[in-house]
Design a protein around this ligand. Structure first.
Ligand code: SF4
Ligand code: SF4
Length: 324
C-alpha cells in the first residue's frame, strides 16, 4: 500500500504531503536539534494478500512486526511525532495482532492512520471498531481493479461500506481512494471502470451529483461528514532502474515524515519500499540518532538547497512534482 498525499505513492498507499514538518532550533545548551515529523510510517508487515499491477512486490523478507518490537519503536519515535501510519508496503490488516498494536499506540498517546485494500475487513473489523487510537482509514479502492484475480465488486464494496457505517459512529475519518487515472486521457476506460465503483458510493451516500463532476485529480471531495473520496493518477514507485534527471527539486522527507520498515530499517519516506536509502536500523541505534545521522542530514540539507543527494531521489517522480 504505499504512497500518501498524504507523498504520492502507491499503490494503495501513501504519498508525502507538502506540509512541512518542524525542525526545532538548537537548544541553549548546545544539544543537537530534534527533528519532528507530521507522521512516521511503521510497516507492521511486508506481506500483502493482493498483487496489484502497479505495485512492485518487495524483494525484502516477508515478516510481521512483533508487538514488543512495535512498542519499542513507539518509545523511540515518541519525541518525534504523535501520528503513525501502519504501512510502507504490505497489507496492515493481515497482521494477526492489529488490535494489540492499536491498544499499544493508544496507551502511548499516538493517533493511527491505516491504509488498506479493505478485502480483509469481514475477518478483522472487530479488531478495529471502537479502538480509540484509530483516527483515519484510507481505502485503496483502486486495488480491486489493480489485482487481476478480483471478483464481485459489489460484495467487496458492500463489506467496506458496512465497516464505514460503523466506523463513522466512532468518529473515524474515511478516505476512499481511486488512484488509477492515467496521465494522457482523463476520460478513458479507467474512468468508465471507476464509474461502477462511483455509482455504489453515490447510492450509499445519497449523492445528487456524479462524483466525476466534482473531482480534481489529487484533491479530495467530501461526500458525507468525515467521508472523502480522492481520485488521482496512478502512482509510480521510485526505482533505481528509472531514468535520472538533474536532481533539482524538493521533497518533504525527513521534514514532515520518516518511515521504519518491518525489519527496523529507517528510510526517509514511505516511497522507499525497498529500503534503498537505508539510514540505519532501530535495533542497532536509536531512531533519534538515525534521523540526525550523516546520511539523513546530507539528504535533508541537500533538499534545503533544492538538490537531491540520493540516487533514488534523482529518479523519483514525487520530487519532480515540486520542480526546481
Ligand atoms: S493492495 Fe495492491 S497496492 Fe496495496 S500493497 Fe497490496 S499489492 Fe500493493
Ligand atoms: S525524493 Fe527521495 S526521499 Fe523524497 S519521496 Fe522520493 S525517494 Fe523519498
Amino acid at each position: 500500500m504505499a504512497p500518501e498525499p498524504d507523498i504520492m505513492v502507491v499503490a494503495h498507499k501513501s504519498r508525502i504531503t507538502n506540509e512541512g514538518g518542524t525542525v526545532l532550533p538548537p537548544k541553549q545548551n548546545g544539544d543537537p536539534e530534534l527533528k519532528t515529523f507530521k507522521k512516521v510510517y511503521i510497516e507492521i508487515t511486508s506481506i500483502c494478500n493482493l498483487a496489484c499491477s502497479f505495485c512492485p512486490q518487495t524483494k525484502r523478507a516477508k515478516n510481521f512486526i512483533d508487538p514488543e518490537v512495535f512498542n519499542n519503536i513507539l518509545d523511540q519515535i515518541k519525541p518525534h511525532t504523535k501520528h503513525i501510519y501502519l504501512h510502507v508496503k504490505g497489507e496492515p490488516l493481515l497482521h494477526p495482532k492489529i488490535d494489540v498494536l492499536l491498544d499499544s499506540a493508544h496507551e502511548k498517546g499516538f493517533k493511527v492512520n491505516i491504509t488498506t485494500n479493505g478485502t480483509l475487513l469481514p475477518k478483522t473489523q472487530h479488531k478495529l471498531l471502537g479502538k480509540p487510537a484509530l483516527r483515519q482509514m484510507n481505502f485503496s479502492l483502486h486495488s480491486f481493479d489493480g489485482h487481476e484475480g478480483s471478483t464481485d465488486r459489489e460484495g467487496y464494496l458492500g463489506n467496506v461500506l458496512s465497516f464505514v457505517r460503523e466506523a463513522v459512529k466512532h468518529n473515524v475519518i474515511i478516505s476512499f481512494r481511486l488512484w488509477n487515472l492515467t496521465q494522457d486521457n482523463f476520460t478513458n476506460a479507467q474512468m468508465n471502470r471507476n464509474r461502477e465503483t462511483l455509482e455504489v458510493l453515490e447510492r450509499e451516500f445519497n449523492l445528487d451529483f456524479r462524483i466525476e463532476e466534482k473531482v480534481v485529480p489529487g484533491s479530495g471531495v467530501k461526500i458525507a461528514p468525515n467521508v472523502y473520496l480522492n481520485q488521482d493518477h496512478e502512482f509510480q514507485w521510485p526505482s533505481l532502474d528509472a531514468p535520472e534527471d538533474d536532481g533539482k527539486g524538493f521533497c518533504h522527507a525527513l521534514r514532515s515524515q520518516a518511515a521504519v520498515l518491518v525489519d527496523g530499517t529507517v528510510v526517509p519516506c514511505c516511497l522507499d519500499g525497498e529500503g534503498v536509502i537505508n539510514l540505519g536500523n532501530v535495533h542497532e541505534k536509536s531512531f533519534s540518532e538515525i534521523v540526525d545521522g550523516e546520511r539523513a542530514n546530507n539528504l535533508f540539507y541537500g533538499f534545503s538547497k533544492r538538490e537531491a543527494v540520493e540516487e533514488l531521489c534523482r529518479k523519483c517522480g514525487y520530487r519532480q512534482r515540486f520542480g526546481a
